[in-house]
Design a binder for this molecule. Structure first.
Ligand code: GLA
Length: 397
């Protein structure tokens, strides 16, 4: 963090206290493609995060230096989008837009943006960036705000962190992905040592302690990068909406797939097209798996949790069709290691990462197995992290 403050001085020089805000990435343990169907998810926040080191000023200019792209870009609050704005500038611009519409009086700042959430890896670098940007704007608007968790930063603006998550989500929609609420929500509500079980319909949630003495969370990056905006994600979402619409004929109370019971689905699945039927089956069974996983966690049954993770992956691969050969290979390798409890793709899919639950003493064997097989079979360099659940977004300094 001290480094980031130094970086700010190197890039922008000048006077004024440098403040630092942080928005973490996340890994989703189970509950994939359920959030935009009003269902359940179980993510945890990561230590990996996007940080902004900023100095607020009174003018309307937001000047940013991106460490990742080694590029400076700026925009003026309330003014039309500058021509040739780099893609990475669009996130804070859209966050500014939604905050202004929500009544926050914005002020400009200069900031260095730095992140260690790998982009396009399914660990929600974009949500981390939106959330960190939102805290930067709230801080710039009230520069006396002390360091503290997001709740305390949002409250003086009359905002809850739930509302802030929704605003960051709509910023992402404006960038072009019709994402659900999971990523922005967990980035704001993460808790050290805990996963959260979130009801994406009413945003009620419970923190579930992770038994780190008996199960380690390992994230493995396949090194396959896909752009979420590629349309496949939005297409899945439309197929789910179509399925929910069809099911409504049989029960007018159905708003989203969350409301469709497995029994109702089974009674009427023949009326759906092949593809929509498979998409619905994934979402409906995945919701049930999240609820069962939450119970397994409460009971300390990590084996059951692992089996549910495996079932989740198989459903994402076969019914939702968002896996790929590399993710499948990582999962196969992991499942072959004694002491691995379960393994699945995490995030939207189409490349990115897997998440594996392993007994702590199996992690080295897992690392060795991935190293021995993955590169040989794919030519790609995987990366593996043992991940602790971290706290949610905050003003750090
Ligand atoms: C992306 C989206 C989330 C969620 C996941 C899939 O991460 O941003 O809202 O839909 O994909 O579970």
């Amino acid at each position: 963090m001290a480094d980031l403050v130094t970086r700010y001085r190197e890039i922008f020089g000048g006077e004024g206290t440098v403040r630092v805000v942080r928005g973490p990435g996340r890994v989703n343990l189970i509950g994939e493609h359920t959030d935009y169907n009003g269902g359940f998810v179980m993510p945890m926040a990561l230590e990996a995060a996007v940080r902004l080191a900023l100095v607020p000023h009174r003018g309307p200019t937001v000047a940013l230096w991106s460490e990742q792209f080694a590029e400076r870009a700026e925009f003026t609050l309330g003014a039309p989008e500058p021509a040739n704005a780099p893609h990475w500038l669009r996130y804070p611009m859209k966050v500014a837009e939604v905050l202004a519409e929500a009544g926050v009086r914005l002020a400009g700042f200069k900031a260095v943006v730095q992140g260690d959430v790998p982009v396009g890896s399914g660990l929600s670098s974009s949500a981390a960036y939106e959330v960190a940007s939102s805290l930067a704007f709230l801080l710039a608007a009230k520069p006396d705000t002390p360091a503290g968790p997001a709740q305390e930063v949002a409250a003086p603006h009359g905002l809850t962190t739930g509302k802030l998550a929704l605003l960051c989500q709509s910023a992402e929609h404006r960038v072009g992905v019709r994402c659900g609420i999971m990523d922005q929500f967990i980035s704001l509500h993460g808790r050290k040592g805990h996963a959260i079980v979130l009801d994406c319909r009413d945003l009620s949630f419970q923190a579930a302690p992770l038994p780190s003495d008996r199960a380690t969370v390992v994230v493995i990056d396949s090194a396959v990068r896909r752009k979420l905006t590629s349309g496949a994600y939005n297409e899945r979402r439309s197929q789910c909406e179509e399925g929910a619409g069809q099911m409504r004929k049989f029960d007018p109370g159905i708003k989203e797939l969350r409301d469709v019971s497995l029994d109702l689905f089974k009674a009427h699945e023949a009326s759906l097209s092949q593809v929509v039927r498979r998409r619905c089956r994934h979402v409906i069974t995945e919701d049930a798996r999240v609820l069962e996983s939450a119970e397994a966690l409460k009971a300390g049954d990590v084996e059951r949790f692992g089996r549910l993770m495996n079932a989740s992956h198989d459903s994402l691969r076969d019914d939702y069709e968002v896996s790929g050969p590399e993710l499948d290979l990582l999962v196969t390798i992991a499942r072959g290691v004694p002491g691995v409890l379960g393994s699945r793709l995490t995030g939207a899919g189409f490349g990115g990462c897997t998440v594996t639950l392993a007994r702590p003493d199996a992690v080295e064997a897992l690392r060795a197995a991935v190293r021995a097989r993955y590169t040989k079979e794919t030519g790609l360099e995987p990366r593996l992290w043992v991940s602790e659940a971290a706290d949610g977004a905050a003003v750090e300094v």
